[in-house]
Design a protein around this ligand. Structure first.
Ligand SMILES: C[S@@+](CC[C@H](N)C(=O)[O-])C[C@H]1O[C@@H](n2cnc3c(N)ncnc32)[C@H](O)[C@@H]1O
Length: 461
């Protein structure tokens, strides 16, 4: 009885996600470290593939088993088996079925061996068709999003856009990398010889979409010479647009994707060798070092560690890192920063392309709870902004309760702040003067950004 390491790893990851609400983005890289190159790809494809098709696979399982109540391990094994039979042309049916049966034995579900075998063989033999009560149910099942989420998006975007969003959420997003403070004059030269197709980002500067991967790219990322970050997340950091000499606090900073980009914003002018040399001289010569303090904090110790590691890896050494609870008083004097970013904890519905499991973790009542938390953090952070300074509020949520509603409530209760136009390309501007990216429109994650300016005493109305 032998099961491929890729299938064992995928089964273990999917089990952790199901039972502990863990995230594939954390579990996959950890598991893949222990896999040989040939198994990595299959483990990745099985884990993300099953997560992206879970509701559809479950409906098939329900039909194939006549609604039998199943043990969770058996259900996960059937999901993995069916996924291979439907979507992985290169895996022969007998291999998918045999490995599923062996996986059942390995998972100490020996009594379910025959059952797993029978269900998968029935699927391979028969044409299993599903029925839907209406179009919402069809989109919900075929794209594997809970019905209530499709209904909510239909109310917000209309049915056609909600359906498109659900479809693109299941596509593998193109990887995008940007430069860091550790990038040097050789980085771009070497990257241009990767033998991989790269396309310069049309959303942010100094970022490239890359199709495929190889050892050099992985090594550069591991050394912090490049950093993989969705274009929409980079856009938020770009909107912060820190000027020389401005002090900055990133209130909810871990894992540090935006902190590091903002701290290394000089890397944004990497356009030619000259600029690169300029930049290198600056960081080597303390006199010309950027002297604006950059402070980044978070609540969770384990996330602070990732933030520290990320800053170190990318050469963002000047960032001061603090731990606090931003829902309570922050440990800084009032009006002590020129710019404060609240990249708030949110539902993450704009990042389902990267985190497919989010759709199964969310409950309809979460949004109101999150909006209250976001407002508490925003109120506390607003006290730290100097008169004339900026408060930037962002989320990776698509939901208006966490976005426009939070921004409008904040403004209505904090009249010393006024809304200003985010410094983003016009196509991301909304009618209400915010910036938004949408997966179904922009092929990026979905982010929301509001920029508020604190009036000076003489500006006050
Ligand atoms: C959207 S994530 C931030 C992502 C980060 N800005 C980046 O670009 O890498 C929100 C962060 O808020 C943190 N957080 C949640 N509650 C918090 C609190 N009460 N105080 C401080 N940070 C908190 C979470 O730990 C999480 O790291």
């Amino acid at each position: 009885m032998k099961v491929s390491p890729a299938r064992i790893a995928a089964f273990e990851i999917l089990t952790k996600i199901e039972h502990d609400k863990a995230f594939s983005s954390a579990l996959l890289p950890a598991a893949e470290e222990n896999l040989e190159a040939k198994d990595r790809g299959l483990c990745h494809a099985l884990t993300l593939g099953v997560l992206r098709r879970q509701l559809y696979l479950d409906r098939l399982i329900e039909k194939l088993t006549n609604g039998k109540k199943l043990d969770s391990a058996v259900k996960i094994i059937l999901r993995i088996g069916l996924y291979q039979l439907i979507y992985l042309d290169k895996v022969p049916a007998h291999a998918a079925i045999n490995d599923s049966v062996n996986l059942a034995v390995r998972a100490k579900k020996t009594s379910a061996k025959g059952f797993v075998n029978a269900v998968l063989r029935r699927f391979a033999r028969e044409n299993t068709e599903l029925d839907y009560a209406d179009e919402i149910e069809r989109i919900s099942v075929e794209t594997s999003h809970p019905r209530w989420l499709i209904e909510r998006w239909t109310r917000q975007f209309g049915f056609a856009d909600a359906a498109k969003l659900a479809l693109v959420n299941n596509e593998t997003p193109t990887a995008v990398f940007r430069l860091t403070a550790k990038s040097d004059e050789n980085t771009l030269t070497i990257l241009s010889k990767l033998n991989l197709e790269t396309v310069e980002s049309g959303v942010v500067s100094n970022a490239w979409k890359v199709f495929g991967s190889n050892e050099i790219l992985r090594a550069y990322a591991a050394e912090g010479k490049i950093y993989f970050q969705d274009e929409a997340s980079q856009l938020v950091a770009q909107i912060v647009a820190l000027e020389d000499g401005e002090s900055f606090l990133d209130v909810c900073a871990a894992p540090g994707s935006k902190t590091t980009l903002i701290a290394n914003r000089k890397s944004q002018i990497f356009k030619s060798e000259n600029y690169i040399l300029d930049f290198r001289n600056q960081i080597r010569n303390p006199k010309s070092e950027i002297r604006n303090p950059i402070v980044a904090g978070d609540f969770y110790q384990h996330r602070i560690k990732i933030l520290q590691a990320n800053c170190r890896r990318q050469g963002a050494d000047s960032v001061e890192i603090v731990r606090y609870d931003a829902e309570k008083d922050l440990p800084f004097a009032d009006e002590s920063f020129d710019v404060v970013l609240v990249d708030a904890p949110c539902s993450g519905t704009g990042t389902i392309r990267h985190n497919p499991e989010i759709r199964y973790f969310l409950r309809a009542e979460d949004f109101a709870f999150l909006a209250e938390k976001q407002l508490r953090i925003l109120y506390g952070a607003s006290k730290l902004v100097k008169p004339g300074g900026r408060l930037v509020y962002s989320t990776c949520s698509l939901e208006s309760e966490e976005n426009e509603a939070v921004a409008e409530k904040f403004l209505s209760e904090n009249t010393e702040f006024e809304k200003i136009t985010p410094d983003a390309f016009g196509r991301f501007a909304t009618a209400e003067n915010y910036a938004r990216t949408l997966p179904q429109r922009d092929e990026t994650d979905g982010f929301f950004v509001a920029v508020f300016k604190k009036r000076r005493v003489f500006d006050k109305v």
